[in-house]
Design a protein around this ligand. Sequence first.
Ligand code: LLP
Length: 391
Amino acid sequence: MLDIHNFDKFAEMETPFYFYDIGLFERTADKLAALSVTYDIGVHYAIKANSEERLLRMLSERGFGADCVSANEAVQASKCGFAPASIMLAGVGKTDKEIRTSLEVGIGCFNVESIPEMDAIDGIAGGMGVKAPVALRINPNIDPHTHKYITTGLEENKFGISRFEFDAALEKLRSCRNLEFKGLLFHIGSQITDVENVFGLESRCGRELVSWFEEHGLKVENVDFGGGLGVDYEDPDGSPVADFETWMKALRSCFPVGEGYKLHIEPGRAIVAQCGSLITRVVYVKKGRTKNFVIVDAGMNDLIRPALYGAYHKVENLSASYLRGDDTKDCAYDVVGPICESSDVWGEGRILRQTCRGDLMAIRTAGAYGRTMASRYNMRDLAPAVYSDEI
Ligand code: LLP
């Protein structure tokens, strides 16, 4: 297995590129697969985090399902070996075309986010002479204490169905002849690090909500807790495999094994984040009056998280200690990209080994929401994916 710190293989390669550590990815997926059996929780990988075909195939081979948010993702999932019945489709704006395509693929569940959406799915399924399996996405109104842009389970969000709409949702469900009710979905946000407390609360709220729907005459077969498990952006090498077990234990706290409900989760970030790094080269080191800039060839178009959310990604100089020995001194730098936007910044005042033009740098924990959110802004090429066992 290739370690990113053993960078000599990178020296001749064109930058920037996404580097995926396949060994770490496999270890992560295997660990999750084993725990999924122990805790009897079905895993549906959230494809939006990273939709590389190779990674998808490795996950489908392990028996995971897929959580999708567009018909294109559902088609990609089925192409990459996910069983249609294990594919779910969420999203607040499913179009008629997407609903039709998903019914043709034969997906296992539409995670319905609003009452008008039930009408749309019911009508299209009826026209095709099929029944559409649906789960209601419910807002449990839990604050996950994460960035406001990635909080999704609060009452005032555009996602899911809130308490004040429950009666109307039930009535609608009863009147739709082509919908088959499968269960409930909760997803409260992403990059949640207070795992025991927040997911323990999700389990308690989930329990109450399941009881409410059952008391009102619906049989809840599936309970899906969504994704959201956070990873360690500060210290990627300290905890390379996410703590899936604490997460599962917390979710199981109010749903003991063997009770009859089928539990599901939809992790994205926790499966792929740590195995990916964005590898970039220093184009210039520019001395300012009060600070020094390291200008690299990867920009916010390659990985938008710092510019969009103010997200922290660890930046490492891979060349300094390797080429110039471990005695190079540390300096403070503002590490920036080449894009003509002042938010194109990887980090301010980062303490790095003394850096020179041509040095290789790694922007760590970039496997999730990196390449899938990349754009061609400034007409830049998309950074390719490179796998550790292919170089
Ligand atoms: N299920 C649903 C319904 C979701 O909306 C999401 C993510 C997931 C599962 C997967 O969540 P994860 O396990 O990855 O936290 N672009 C942002 C993250 C947006 C997450 C959107 N929904 C970022 O880069 O932090």
